[in-house]
Design a protein around this ligand. Structure first.
Ligand code: FE
Length: 214
């Protein structure tokens, strides 16, 4: 890498070299072409994966699960007993979500999810992991100093709250069930889901209060 500034590459207009594509896009295209020529990947499969994760899968799936658990006590019991099955009830299944465990935040317990080894993450409910989740800084500090990590995300917990850190693996992926925010009593599931951010399901923030900016 040169020390040339690539910040201009985020836009869609033509670049100095006349290409419609950014550096990253060109590199990805080069890799895809190479892998296809060598017979290692099928371009149609890649297209399908990208389309799936861009449009059908993502943190909104997890938000639907959380909203259902807040609205339906029987569903919440099933979610905490067998998250894989309860999540599949809503139609969310697939790769990297075969063995799900839901952990519930309460006034006394706050759960935080990390993958200390790499970046294991529950794709069917949260989509693809954010960059910081994969960073060495997060992976190491979440275990050594979880309260410090939470503070960096703007969440300061009292000393009376127990912080539980869950290390994801290839076998088990975790979904945090955030506390239902105060003032959300009258909301239906759609409105409840709007309060649930990706970060709150990793456990680095709380769910949003109704009326707070998203
Ligand atoms: Fe991992």
């Amino acid at each position: 890498m040169s020390d040339h500034d690539h910040d201009h590459d985020h836009d869609g207009h033509d670049h100095a070299d006349g290409s419609r594509f950014s550096d990253v896009e060109l590199r990805v295209k080069a890799l895809e072409t190479l892998l296809t020529r060598k017979g290692l990947v099928d371009p149609a499969t890649i297209d399908r994966l990208v389309e799936t994760y861009e449009t059908r899968i993502g943190p909104r799936n997890g938000a639907r699960v959380v909203a259902r658990a807040w609205a339906d006590p029987a569903y919440k019991v099933r979610l905490l007993q067998d998250a894989t099955a309860a999540i599949a009830e809503l139609g969310y299944t697939g790769l990297q979500g075969e063995h799900m465990v839901a952990v519930e935040n309460t006034p006394q317990i706050h759960n935080l999810v990390v993958c200390t080894l790499c970046s294991c993450y529950p794709w069917p409910v949260l989509g693809l992991p954010p960059v910081w989740y994969k960073s060495y800084a997060y992976r190491s500090k979440a275990v050594i100093d979880p309260r410090g990590v939470l503070a960096e995300f703007g969440l300061t917990l009292g000393p009376d709250v127990e912080v539980r850190v869950w290390d994801s693996t290839a076998e088990i992926r975790y979904l945090v069930l955030p506390e239902r925010p105060a003032g959300s009593a009258g909301l239906d599931e759609d409105a409840l889901a709007e309060l649930v951010s990706r970060d709150s399901m990793i456990g680095v923030t709380r769910a949003r209060n109704p009326g707070a900016r998203s």
